[in-house]
Design a protein around this ligand. Sequence first.
Ligand SMILES: Nc1ncnc2c1ncn2[C@@H]1O[C@H](COP(=O)(O)OP(=O)(O)OP(=O)(O)O)[C@@H](O)[C@H]1O
Length: 256
Amino acid sequence: MSLLATKDLTIRFGGHVAVNAVTCAFEPGTLTAIVGPNGAGKTTYFNLISGQLKASAGQVTLDGRDLSGLSPSQRTRAGLGRAFQLTNLFPRLSVLENVRLAVQAARDGAHRRGLNLWSIWSDHRALMQRADEVLNEVNMADKENELVANLPHGDQRKLEVALLMALESKVFMFDEPTAGMNAAEAPVILNLIRKLKQDPTKTILLVEHKMDVVRELADRIIVLHNGTLVADGDPATVIASPIVQEAYLGIAKEAA
Ligand SMILES: Nc1ncnc2c1ncn2[C@@H]1O[C@H](COP(=O)(O)OP(=O)(O)OP(=O)(O)O)[C@@H](O)[C@H]1O
């Protein structure tokens, strides 16, 4: 079971402390929503976890392993999957080829067993089988031969999640997953997150402003304010807590 944790995670930009000694652990089988007003540090916290930003102090660990010195791609390989970075897709390859490459990356070790033709053939079959499985899971099997560059925006985002699944990510991070999506695309991504949530081995983090989405999906909410963790608990309790009601009038109004 993989446990993602941050310990005293901090980043300063000049004199401004954007994330301030955040200590928190995220359990598999749990979707945690991270909420807070604009500028609270939510995206910066994500960037520190995924490695896009280097912490001024503190640690990020996965299963006890300190990831702090690793680059974003090394963290991806360690199991941290951040969706919608737009860097994961190969636009000139087909949907199936993209997924197959991700499955292959996840199973790298198995492909280095030497020049045994049978093992190469059976590995190839297993790869293709797993790629088909992933495409079925995200309902994209009918698009497997399409060039990624030609896919509509919503499908490209869906494919990014498929790649994280193919990479066997342990942690899925979504930063406002439906932002910029049209009315038809948003439910498709939310359905995918609902589906991921059913897997008890996956840890899901969601930064989301839309409180209806948070209320429906979150098992737990943490609240950041000025970079500090100010509330943490089950959604009903956190939404009703005085700190959220008082400090986040916008949230409190919507939640009412
Ligand atoms: N690279 C940077 N350099 C300087 N300041 C930064 C940088 N990145 C973020 N900040 C500052 O850190 C603070 C937190 O920003 P962040 O984007 O993490 O907030 P947020 O909670 O995600 O906000 P929003 O809900 O508006 O997306 C803000 O004051 C922001 O201006």
